[in-house]
Design a protein around this ligand. Structure first.
Ligand SMILES: [Zn+2]
Ligand SMILES: [Zn+2]
Length: 633
């Protein structure tokens, strides 16, 4: 008789534990698939462990319920590798997520389907030492060189992960002679399944893919490379809300693979590891353009009330005459972040999300909610006080910047025509994105207005001059990572290899000096502040959110949740008490969306391993858990 530990693939009632034990008359390999019952519910489940009862007598005796048999064996051969299962278990613990959700994150959508059954070789013993890796600061050309070296030196499969599909395709283009196989979420099931089998058979020597490629059934891995580890795209938005670089370290550990980060910039946490000698940092990023900062307060005092400083105007006219490629990096999308009434200062807000609506200026003016996508006609006059028409307000968006450039060129008798704009509000899919870039390619005098979306094309595009009209707005979100994010954006701009960056600064007193690239001092100051305020890397952060249709009810739920956590922390002993603090409950940044109100709690904690899920298990059902959140807002 054997005790089978399984993770169900269907979500069972909240009362069911995430991992279940059943018994069966014959041993089954890890990764095989069975059918189990829980109450009246049935579900396929994956075997994660199989123990001979004779060796588990004590466990069986101690278990609080009588072990039941599985209903049936569905597939008696492993369909998932031990590494995939271990990754799923790690995801569940580290992100305090349900094992079923974590396992489904790892397994492909065609898992277990008759047409896609696989034959897995004996799983090698998994390594346990989690590497910090080597951090290589790169620009596009040195990044490609670094990747070539990695591939040439590897004696086994190489996996290269990049944040978005465009970068994956650019890297595959540059490395075409190494015969890479590409992976991204848009792959057809057939192509995905073919790659899945090629990885099992170790035929895929070089794989370049987006984050999902980490979950392929690797049976061996020689080198794992993460491109741009600071990219926000690496943070998954659905449970278990994993962060790709952390999963990569686990996968590298399993296969004792070498781990390399190739990155335009370093983060405060990486800097901290470097300072402590725990991370090797190599600088292959010699290029740094001339950076000129213009104070718009001075410009105003000198009588220039336009959006573009005189220096920026000259640069645009020079680029027009030289036919050299120019980029204007917009900190905001669409035409304007909001419309506002000059008299009562009210702004039209989304009925669902209660956030200010953005102004889009396409064929006709339109108000759009960037959160739920709802759109509305522009009211003829202020809906609150009817005193007159509303005016664009807030930081100008990419459309307004394009308008300002066209007006400037017209003033000098240059006909610019429609400037291509690349921003996530106006470009809704890859076809639109392609159309904008084709329009830019076709220009005799190439000029582009773009949001940070352009960074996905760092390996394929260069600009002679980059203008940042609103650096203040680039560093505006109220978060402890603000400065680090600004540095990363500037380093990504440098990857577009401009010889010159012109930065317009609207508030003289606020901004850090970015001209000289003196980041070390910045990171040391950051670390000192984070230590004082107990932010990562000195603590871990967990964002907990609860939602309800009724505003008062959500307040009550949030208070109950916070109380439960406080009592649990008391109950869990000294380390939990001294190492954990609760911020909130408070309203979420978007407090109302899709008919629901949201409140949140931020946990700062030093709890690790099983201790964090143990604490969060005290929360009533229905709370969303986000460990290492992208932002605390
Ligand atoms: Zn008004
Ligand atoms: Zn909305």
């Amino acid at each position: 008789m054997f005790v089978l530990r399984v993770i169900p693939l269907a979500s069972l009632p909240a009362t069911a534990p995430g991992v279940l034990d059943y018994f069966w008359s014959a041993p089954l390999p890890i990764g095989s698939v069975v059918r189990i019952s829980w109450g009246r519910r049935q579900s396929p489940a994956v075997v994660t462990n199989c123990i001979d009862v004779r060796r588990a007598k004590l466990a069986v005796k101690k278990s609080s319920f009588a072990l039941k048999p599985i209903d049936a064996v569905l597939i008696d051969t492993p369909q998932a590798t031990e590494s995939q299962i271990a990754l799923a278990q790690w995801l569940a613990t580290y992100y305090a997520a349900s094992p079923a959700t974590s396992l489904k994150t790892v397994l492909p959508p065609f898992f277990g389907k008759p047409k896609h059954r696989v034959t897995l070789p004996e799983s090698p013993k998994l390594g346990a030492a989690v590497p910090t890796g080597t951090f290589v600061l790169t620009q596009p050309d040195t990044a490609i060189a670094e990747l070539r070296t990695v591939i040439a030196r590897s004696d086994g499969p190489v996996l290269i992960i990049a944040p978005e599909r465009s970068t994956v395709e650019h890297l595959a283009h540059h490395l075409a002679d190494t015969g890479p196989t590409v992976f991204h979420s848009g792959l057809s099931t057939t192509a995905h399944a073919a790659l899945y089998r090629a990885v099992i058979a170790r035929e895929a020597r070089v794989v370049i893919g987006t984050r999902g490629a980490l979950f392929l059934p690797w049976t061996a891995l020689s080198h794992l490379v993460i491109e741009d580890p600071l990219s926000e795209i690496y943070k998954s938005e659905s449970a278990p809300r994993y962060n790709t670089p952390d999963v990569a370290r686990q996968l590298a550990a399993h296969h004792c693979a070498r781990l390399t980060w190739i990155s335009p910039a370093i983060s405060t946490v990486h800097f901290h590891l470097k300072e402590n000698g725990a991370l090797r940092v190599v600088d292959h990023k010699p290029h740094w353009p001339t950076v000129e900062t213009v104070s718009m307060e001075h410009e105003r005092r000198d009588g220039n009330r336009l959006l573009l400083s005189r220096k920026a105007q000259d640069a645009i006219l020079d680029a027009y005459e030289d036919r050299s490629p120019l980029l204007v990096l917009s900190a905001r999308k669409a035409y304007a972040t909001a419309l506002r009434c000059a008299r009562c200062h009210s702004s039209p807000r989304c009925a669902n999300c209660r956030i200010p609506l953005r102004l889009h200026r396409t064929v006709e003016d339109m108000l759009v909610c960037y959160h739920c996508g709802a759109f509305h006609q522009v009211p003829k006059q202020c809906p609150s006080c009817a005193s007159g028409p509303l005016k664009p307000a807030g930081t100008p968006g990419s459309q307004k910047l394009a308008e300002a450039i066209r007006t400037l060129l017209d003033r000098y008798g240059h006909s610019a025509g429609k400037l291509p704009i690349l921003d996530g509000d106006l470009v809704r899919n890859e076809r639109d994105e392609r159309a904008v870039l084709d329009a830019f390619n076709a220009m005799g005098r190439p000029m582009l207005v773009a949001s940070s979306m352009i960074f996905g094309h760092r390996y394929q595009r260069t600009f002679s001059t980059v203008i940042i009209p609103h650096i203040d707005a680039l560093a505006a979100n109220p978060d402890f990572r603000t400065n680090e994010r600004l540095v990363a954006q500037l380093e990504r701009i440098a990857d577009l290899r401009p010889s010159r960056i012109i930065i317009q600064q609207w508030h003289d007193d606020e901004l850090l000096d970015v001209t000289g690239r003196a980041w070390d001092k910045l990171y040391r100051d950051e670390l000192a502040q984070r230590k004082m305020l107990r932010w990562p890397p000195y603590t871990r952060l967990v964002k907990l959110s609860v939602r309800h249709r009724d505003r008062r009810a959500v307040g009550r739920l949030a208070t109950v949740g916070a109380d439960r956590l406080r009592r649990a922390i008391d109950h869990m002993g000294a380390t939990a008490r001294s190492g954990t603090s609760i911020l909130g409950p408070s309203n979420a940044l978007i407090e109302h969306a899709r008919g629901e109100w949201t409140q949140q709690i931020i946990l700062k904690t030093s709890l690790t391993g099983e201790r964090l899920p143990e604490l969060l298990a005290y929360l009533p059902p229905g709370w969303l858990v986000d460990v290492d959140p992208r932002s605390i807002a």
